[in-house]
Design a protein around this ligand. Sequence first.
Ligand code: GDP
Length: 439
Amino acid sequence: MGQGDTIAAQATAPGRAGIAVIRISGPQAGSILDALSGGPRPSPRQATLTAFKRPGDRELLDRGLALWFPAPHSFTGEDVAELHGHGGLAVVAALLAEITHFPGCRLAEPGEFTRRAFDNGKLDLTQVEGLADLVNAEAEAQRKQAMRQLDGALGLLYEGWRAELIGAMARIEAGIDFPDEDLPDDLLGRQRSALAALVDEIARHLADDHRGERLRDGFHIVILGAPNVGKSSLLNALARREAAIVSERAGTTRDVVEVHLDLGGYPVILADTAGLRHSGDSIESEGMRRALQRAEQADLRLLVYDAAIWSSRDQAVDKLVDEGAFPVANKCDLVDRVAGPGLAISALTGAGIGELLRRLQAEVARRLPMASAPAPTRLRHRRALEDCGAALERALAGAAEELVAEDLRLAARALGRITGRVDVEDILDVVFAEFCLGK
Ligand code: GDP
């Protein structure tokens, strides 16, 4: 499975469609294209109407557009050919069969094109993640964040910090390795204030209330309440009202029903603890206990109660409201006066549902602001940044230059792990570029 293989796969989703794109990457891409087209190779990056024929008997398999991306100017950095044919199952099967029949060519593994793009330096790891997020983006805010990460904003930020660390390390190591050279005094002292500023910057970057991860995963809202207050009716009412429902599916456990909503461009996962409905009749029931447990993970809790009954004596309810749960009085169509706090709605008549959606959207937008600065979008970013910060703190506290340099190396490596560009050679490059030693 070396890089020497040529790989091919359908790049568009499988199934019947107007068009299917087959991508071929690797050293044989050009000759495979020539064999199928039987004609001269298209000009680089120019869509060319082409008859795709079976190389053996010249039977016409399909007619479509061929594109030729000679290395290194391609997605993978290798020679790439693309066939844009008709999106029929048999068409794609016939073309792929001919393509993978070539010696040295096989079907690509999942993610293998992107893996090659990474190996060839076309994308760093954060961009690879951004690409995955872009493909998975269901709401506008997710698209924006993923596009920014694919564009390299996050990687550039981390690479910038890493370059700063490597520079500091290089200066300190120069003092260790070449003590007789005419280097500026107190190298270590001079680095400290810059490093302290970087520690602050990383801490600020991390103190973002997990905005990036939340946006990527979707904002979790859980509907809580006693049995029969209308929780699942509310879920259905909200889901129906919101035109852009992305998907509706059973949740990860049998107890929970989830719908994915697009609330003004923000991804929201609304969960009803539906399976728990009939498991008890008081708020302390086992069902509620499990619902509350689940609710702890949620970003926002909707506390639904019957507009005629407000159990204010219930400590569990009080606690939920204290902790910021949104109280919602359902079945307001049945009462003249609502018994408790919050917004009056009726899942049955639709009264108040529009207002509830507006309030939820405002809350989500408040909690997931699209800041101008890129945010960490994965736990692995966060962990590596914490490792980096901890190593920097140690470096700042250290006195011996050797130990400081070692901690800086660890800090830089932590950042390098995020972008996937850990490389010790560049330390030497910086030393010699900056100090011109041995000239
Ligand atoms: P859950 O157990 O909390 O999920 O409650 P359901 O959604 O199953 O609703 C319980 C009952 O209340 C059902 O018979 C619903 O039709 C009814 N119901 C739900 N919402 C309303 C409402 O706004 N007004 C009225 N009058 N009935 C409602």
